[in-house]
Design a protein around this ligand. Structure first.
Ligand SMILES: Nc1nc2c(ncn2[C@@H]2O[C@H](COP(=O)(O)OP(=O)(O)OP(=O)(O)O)[C@@H](O)[C@H]2O)c(=O)[nH]1
Ligand SMILES: [Mg+2]
Length: 448
């Protein structure tokens, strides 16, 4: 008998003693197994009874819903956020390649139309032509939907007469599991789709080889002229073009700021399950629904309204001088206000807690500072200071009023002014949202 058996077998044991000992051991094991089973059953019951927190993010397209999801991951599930860095690298490269291709296309049209052809620019156009292939490969790698032609908000200004179409955005269908797909592709050694990782690697090499030319193109004076003439570039496009030398480098790893700026338009509804990793909420499961915000996507929202604990509604304040890309006759801010009213009125959401985020405060600030007058677009603001904090207060008051007038019954509303690309500002907002949600969980647990 081996000496490391516990309890040690008595050396002077006779046959009867042995039989009695084995029977006692069997009984002890039976009791222990029974306890384990009971504990497991209790755990399962608890898991079933634990309220799953359901949070819905609503708002028009480009309001910042998916960016908020990234923040929730970053603050409450940091390991999940870190694990997705690689997938975001591909999206960021696709963003960059698409913007450059868009600029090249605008250049070729404008160049022939207004006689601005310059041999240096023509040379850059030729040397950057492989980026079309890069865009194709990366789009295929994330299984992108075919890019929409109605993709960007349009600035409301009477100045430019010639208006090239905005760059089509990168879009992905909710539920496509693209991040998992990217992780599997990265991990797979030539199993199912051998060509894709190789292709992506090729695309990265091409981008790296083109980086100096991208920088030269972005810095060329002709681009400033095109911008003055109304070339429509998203804020995130500008950010990635400003950082092109770093982003296109072969050894590039996305920073948190880069990931927050990456644009991936949501189509349909994407579900995110997060098991919280931090502080008081540790171990609890939160389920987020991130919806596509453009008008043709909104019909799908209602089927997610059942049993919602919290609604986070994003209103991009900077949209006051923009029109919807899907309907050029509608002002973005007015659309947002109307949408807020509809959401407030919903009977299905009557019991949910509401969180209102007046987002894109940085762009609002920049626009007002540049002399664009808020009252020129929102007549009811007439005579008030053209300052971001006053405008934000005004919008907050209006939206709180709408909530009070339209809600089917009294319920909590928490409103914050946000800039969803600024992690320092968002820290405090996220803590406050977390606290509100924890109170809901507590209330539900007490009610059970
Ligand atoms: N400057 C600035 N950019 C922001 C802010 N919030 C979000 N963005 C950027 O705006 C772009 C659109 O944000 P998303 O989160 O993708 O918008 P969305 O509401 O999910 O849009 P859809 O999926 O089309 O419904 C991204 O490039 C973000 O980085 C902000 O407060 N300031
Ligand atoms: Mg989105």
């Amino acid at each position: 008998m081996s000496s490391n058996v516990w309890p040690p077998v008595p050396t002077n044991e006779n046959a009867n003693d042995r039989e009695a000992r084995l029977a006692a051991e069997r009984e002890a094991k039976r009791i222990s197994d029974e306890i384990d089973r009971a504990l497991e059953q209790e755990r399962q019951e608890l898991r079933k009874r634990r309220p799953q927190t359901k949070i819905l993010l609503l708002g028009q397209a480009e309001s910042g819903k998916s960016t908020m999801i990234k923040h929730f991951q970053l603050f409450f599930c940091p390991s999940q956020f870190a694990a997705e860095t690689e997938a975001w690298r591909t999206v960021i490269h696709l963003n960059l390649a698409r913007f450059v291709n868009h600029v090249l296309q605008v250049l070729s049209t404008a160049g022939s139309a207004s006689g601005k052809s310059d041999p240096n620019v023509r040379m850059l156009q030729m040397r950057l032509s492989p980026l079309k292939q890069v865009e194709l490969i990366l789009s295929r790698a994330i299984n992108e939907e075919s890019p929409s032609q109605l993709s960007s908000p349009t600035e409301e200004t009477s100045k430019p007469t010639w208006r090239p179409r905005a760059a089509p955005e990168v879009s992905i269908r909710g539920g496509s599991g693209w991040k998992t797909l990217m992780r599997r592709r990265k991990g797979s050694t030539a199993a199912k789709s051998p060509s894709i990782p190789d292709e992506v690697e090729d695309a990265r090499q091409i981008l790296d080889a083109c980086k100096d030319d991208i920088v030269a193109l972005w810095q060329s004076s002709i681009l400033r002229t095109l911008e003055e003439e109304g070339m429509d570039l998203h804020h995130h496009a500008r950010y990635f073009l400003d950082n092109a030398a770093r982003v296109a480098n072969l050894s590039y790893t996305p920073t948190t700021d880069d990931i927050l700026r990456a644009r991936l338009r949501t189509l349909g509804v994407e579900e995110y399950r997060m098991t919280m990793e931090t502080a008081a909420e540790k171990g609890s499961d939160w389920v987020f629904y991130d919806v596509g915000g453009s008008r043709n996507q909104r019909a799908a929202w209602a089927s997610y309204f059942d049993d919602v604990n919290a609604v986070i509604f994003l209103c991009p304040m900077s949209g006051f001088n923009q029109r919807l890309s899907e309907d050029g006759s509608v002002n973005r801010l007015f659309d947002s206000m109307e949408l807020w009213e509809t959401v407030c009125k919903s009977k299905l959401l009557a019991n949910a807690m509401f969180i209102l985020l007046l987002n894109k405060a940085d762009i609002l600030y920049a626009k007002l500072k540049a002399g664009i007058k808020f009252e020129d677009y929102v007549a009811s603001y007439h005579g008030r200071p053209n300052k971001a904090e006053y405008v934000a207060d005004y919008l907050r008051e209006q939206m709180i009023l709408t909530h009070r007038m339209c809600s089917p019954k009294r319920r909590q509303l928490h409103a914050h002014v946000t800039c969803a690309i600024d992690t320092t500002v968002m820290g405090a907002v996220l803590n406050s949202i977390r606290d509100c949600i924890l109170v809901i969980i507590l209330q539900q647990t007490t009610l059970l």
